[in-house]
Design a protein around this ligand. Structure first.
Ligand SMILES: [Zn+2]
Ligand SMILES: [Zn+2]
Ligand SMILES: [Zn+2]
Ligand SMILES: [Zn+2]
Length: 350
């Protein structure tokens, strides 16, 4: 076993050696790399899996990539880190580079590495609940449906039972759970909470249906493109080209909001956008508007309706959240060249 493991590795290591020989530009840290290689080959007692993990891991976060990209010199990056590097470069107005060899990286110059993805899916991974070792490609199913330690909730949680615990204790708890015996009066509070959440959702959809019944409704499929401000320290912003709706000209502007001074140092990013009127108007118009993914977009948004009364004194709506579901989605948008979306506008009858 140890011998076959060793021969498997000798197939992998020469690639590292070639890389240094063939590509002189790539030898930024040859000393380190050689040391690492030697350290690996001397530690024969390490399991093959562990050694492969060290080779197949993402160069940035060292995790094993489920979706794997590689630079033109073959350095590996997981999908999340790849998008993060591209998004960082966009924010700093720099060219994104591979953290290993500094070659340019972009959606066009980098390719997926399917062999790495498949190899990674065969490597063992530990169930986060019971510590069982399973191939990566079956761990999700195990953790969701099979693991006896997976966290579970009592089936009476809807009527207020707070119990949660490992799955193997669930049936014993449910057998003795006191909540089914509670009176209607006692379970009202937790039912009200569920109602509140559902009502808020209901209200949103009712509002959308109401807006869709307005006399004047329009939509535009727009593309936000990145620009830099002329300031000494330039800032990234996005703008669409002009589009017309309700006989006026409009644009959408968007910017990155973040909790720190330098957005490149923050991972908790989000985007805000504003609707700007570009034509002169004599009479104020009140608009409701909202953004959806649209046919060409990729962003995952929750619908959110905003409203603004446009007049000759107020041609810019206040900046509102672009309701992308999370910071990872936000990085994906920043990593892309442009942001595609559909803007729906509803004019309030005057
Ligand atoms: Zn990574
Ligand atoms: Zn590279
Ligand atoms: Zn498990
Ligand atoms: Zn219970």
């Amino acid at each position: 076993m140890a011998e076959s493991a060793e021969s498997a590795l000798s197939v992998i290591y020469p690639e590292n050696a070639n890389e240094n020989k063939e590509n002189e530009k790539c030898s930024f840290e040859p000393e380190k790399k050689r040391q690492k290689t030697e350290a690996h080959s001397s530690a024969i007692d390490f399991k093959l899996e562990e050694r492969l993990s060290g080779i197949l891991c993402c160069a940035v976060c060292l995790d094993l990539p489920q979706t794997c990209y590689q630079c033109c010199n073959g350095h590996l990056m997981c999908c999340g880190c790849f998008n993060h590097l591209l998004a960082d470069a966009r924010l700093k107005d720099e060219t994104a580079t591979c953290p290993n060899c500094r070659c340019e990286i972009s959606k066009n110059s980098c390719t997926r590495n399917l062999a790495v993805e498949k190899a990674v899916s065969e490597l063992p991974s530990q169930c986060e609940f019971c510590a069982l070792q399973l191939p990566r490609n079956s761990i999700e199913h195990h953790e969701r449906e099979l693991c006896s330690e997976r966290p579970s909730k009592c089936k009476f949680s809807r009527i207020g039972c707070p119990w949660h615990g490992p799955y193997h204790e669930l049936s014993r708890h449910e057998g003795s759970c006191v909540h089914p015996q509670k009176s209607g009066l006692e379970i009202m509070e937790s039912l009200n909470k569920i109602d509140d959440i559902q009502e808020a959702e209901h209200r949103l959809y009712k509002d959308i249906f109401n807006l869709l019944s307005f006399e004047k409704v329009t939509f535009n499929d727009l593309q936000l493109k990145p620009y830099r401000t002329d300031d000494f320290i330039t800032k990234l912003f996005y703008e669409t080209s002009r589009f017309s709706a309700f006989n006026h000209q409009w644009v959408i502007r968007a910017k990155v909001i973040h909790d720190q001074k330098d957005p490149a140092h923050s991972s908790e990013r989000s985007l805000s956008y504003q609707l700007v009127l570009k034509s002169k108007i004599n009479q104020p118009i009140t608009l409701h508007y909202m953004v959806l993914k649209g046919p060409y977009g990729e962003m995952k948004v929750k619908p959110a309706i905003y409203k603004h009364e446009f007049s000759s004194d107020s041609v810019e709506a206040t900046h509102q959240d672009l309701p992308v579901i999370d910071a990872i989605e936000c990085n994906k948008l920043l990593a892309a060249k442009t942001i595609n979306m559909r803007l729906l506008m509803f004019q309030l009858p005057s």
